[in-house]
Design a protein. Sequence first.
Length: 125
Amino acid sequence: MTKSEIGRLGEIKVCEYLTGKGYRIVTRNYRIKGGEIDIIAENGRYIAFVEVKTRKPDSMVGGFEAVNKRKQGLIIKTAADYCTKNPIQLQPRFDIAQVIADDAAILRIDYIPNAYDATGYDLIF
């Protein structure tokens, strides 16, 4: 499998994980110029903007570490755009999913809800 195919598989598995936890997948791969959100899901209380990082078991940089401040800022900006275009009454939350995969075999999903927030950004949700 190519890197992009493994990444897509990771996103599919995280969607299944979230659905199993009672979330509804609102959209996938929401894009604006300069930003993308892998999964947007809601559960009636939160709207979760989820970044998915799929890694091999022996990766030098883990999925959580790959979502650095710069990446967080791009996701927050993209989420603000989404909320402007799609007004919601739910509390926004920024989650990270790390998928460990060995080719097409998903070994595990590690998930951090509310991994970071928009503190310090001049945006209103």
